[in-house]
Write a protein that binds this ligand. Structure first.
Ligand code: HEM
Length: 146
């Protein structure tokens, strides 16, 4: 298949009517005009995201694999900053860093690294406190019985 056209968010924002409805999901620019009436979730939700990046909304619903596979059918291009290795490859690799992508990766990094140490502390601190308490009780009980 030919290379996809690259669009910026402001170009996509010009396609937000019922007769010409585009949105972005995972860096794919989708023309969902034909799909509005077929969408099982209704056309209103699509129109609310028209002309915008609807990746979060799409994922929050927990769309099925079948729904995810339908995305390619409506693809007319890619969002600036994204590229696809193959047409069939849904994995997005960023070539540039537009605002939205930057926000996403910053969020992902934060998500990944912080909880590990916190989880470690959350696990060991209570054990240490409980251990100290019972050791103290045990030693005290031993000495008061004598
Ligand atoms: C081209 C993009 C989209 C496709 C191909 C698509 C496809 C589908 C499909 C096949 C379903 C049926 C349930 C499933 O299989 O998961 C569905 C349900 C739904 N979709 Fe989408 N959808 C798209 C975009 C969106 C967006 C952007 C939103 C929200 C802003 C949305 C909101 C919903 C809702 C609310 C339901 C109903 C869920 C339910 O009844 O539990 N969809 N969609």
């Amino acid at each position: 298949m030919a290379e996809h056209s690259v669009f910026t968010l402001s170009q996509i924002a010009q396609h937000k009517s019922k007769k010409d409805c585009w949105l972005v999901i995972d860096g794919r620019v989708l023309n969902v005009t034909r799909f509005l009436e077929e969408h099982p979730g209704g056309e209103e939700v699509l129109l609310e995201s028209a002309g915008k990046d609807a990746t979060k909304e799409f994922k929050d619903i927990g769309h099925s694999k079948a729904a995810q596979n339908m995305l390619q059918k409506y693809q007319v291009g890619v969002l600036q900053g994204y590229s696809f290795k193959k047409d069939a490859d849904a994995k997005v690799t960023s070539t540039d860093e537009p605002k939205t992508k930057k926000e996403m990766s910053a969020f992902a990094i934060k998500d990944d690294s912080v909880p590990k140490f916190a989880a470690f502390l959350e696990f060991f601190v209570p054990i240490l406190v409980a251990g100290s308490y019972f050791t103290y009780r045990y030693l005290n009980a031993g000495s008061s019985m004598v």
